[in-house]
Design a protein around this ligand. Structure first.
Ligand code: UT7
Length: 333
């Protein structure tokens, strides 16, 4: 007996991008009504000026659906054509069931749907899974969503996290293309640094407004690690794709901190001609949603165009990291 395998290997690309940015804009001054900090300190140390927090009626699943609908429209792909839905998140409030099946059902999709957890690197991990499925012929179209509702998981008085994290969702449809639009992924992990970013049941924060374990972070440890370790990952992603740093149009790293982005750009010797994503200034750090949100901001603001070549790099809890060279997708409408 022979087990059948799909053999029609193809290229994969992001065919469409959509995002959901929550309505409520939160300034540093508002954060500092509770947090012992200042607008000036936050801007100087992180670059962040504003971020968005989901309101009562903007759930993690609702934000995912909203972003996914726009991504499907941008790709011109119908719900019935989607063969798998992957949601990357660390802030779905339930351990079980996963968020993805509920997102899929709301979109009219009955295909396989599951969540993955790779912290802030979740979107780039999910993109690799989706591209591998499409390339192998296992599925034709895969919906990838990065979404977070971190405002629900923060201690608003914690000076190390309260001003950084924020909410939002970004989605892409990955499907077949004539040329490679998603390069091989350089990825890895370092569990010896698991303690650096945590969200464990013992961390309830002691605040009545926090109803779930809060995120805790040794920010300085991440700050010392990311700009140097991620430079090597960037070089590896470029090498795997056969693209030189001069051939990039855009650099879209995880929006953790503007200073990390700037140091990383210097460390990989990024030419001044390459546009650099700075969405952290307006949106804060939205963890698994930050790369697709930053991609959308660059396309919307004409800092980059669909079809441009971009380097994505994401890193965070685990520690986990992933990066790949991609062709930027179109936005809806
Ligand atoms: O997305 C997942 C990955 N996460 C990240 O990438 C986050 C990476 N880390 C960071 O972004 C930075 O480490 C932070 C922005 C979190 C902190 O910046 P830092 O430059 O590492 O500050 P620090 O913790 O070393 O603190 C510097 C000073 C200290 O005062 P002294 O000892 O120099 O007098 C702190 O007590 O700033 C003080 N400080 C604050 N002051 C006002 C610490 N937090 C605050 C605050 N407001 N929120």
């Amino acid at each position: 007996m022979t087990i059948q395998q799909p053999t029609d290997l193809t290229h994969a690309a992001m065919l469409g991008l959509g995002v959901h940015r929550p309505e409520r804009l939160v300034t540093n001054d508002e954060i500092c009504e509770v947090l012992d900090s200042t607008d000036e300190w936050i801007q100087t140390r992180s670059g962040i000026r504003t971020r968005r927090f989901a309101s009562e009626d903007e759930t993690l699943i609702g934000m995912s659906i909203s972003a996914a609908e726009k991504a499907l429209a941008a790709a011109g792909v119908g719900a019935e054509e989607v063969g798998c839905v992957i949601v990357a998140t660390s802030t779905h409030p339930e351990h079980t069931p996963a968020s993805a099946p509920q997102v899929a059902t709301a979109l009219g999709i009955t295909a396989a749907a599951f969540d993955i957890s790779a912290g802030c690197a979740g979107f780039c991990h999910a993109l690799n899974l989706a591209a591998s499925m499409v390339r192998s012929g296992a599925e034709k179209h895969v919906l990838v969503i990065g979404v977070e509702q971190l405002s629900r998981f923060m201690d608003p008085t914690d000076r190390g996290t309260a001003f950084i994290f924020a909410d939002g969702a970004g989605a892409v449809v990955v499907g077949p293309s004539e040329s490679a639009g998603i390069g091989p992924t350089a990825w890895g992990s370092d569990g010896s640094q698991a303690h650096v970013i945590t969200q464990t049941p013992s961390c309830l924060g002691g605040h009545s407004e926090v109803d779930h374990p809060v995120v805790q972070m040794e920010g300085t440890a991440v700050f010392r690690w990311a700009p140097f370790a991620m430079a090597e990952v960037a070089h590896e992603a470029l090498r795997l794709a056969g693209v030189s740093v001069d051939e990039l149009d855009a650099f879209i790293p995880h929006q953790a901190n503007l200073r990390i982005t700037q140091t990383l750009a210097r460390n990989i010797k990024l030419p001044d001609t390459v546009a650099v994503a700075t969405d952290v200034i307006d949106s804060g750090n939205t963890s698994a949603a930050s790369v697709p949100l930053a991609m959308e901001a660059m396309l919307r603001q004409d800092e980059a165009s669909a079809g441009d070549t971009a380097l994505l790099i994401a890193f965070g809890a685990g520690l986990s990291y992933a990066g790949q060279v991609v062709t930027l997708p179109p936005l809806a409408g």
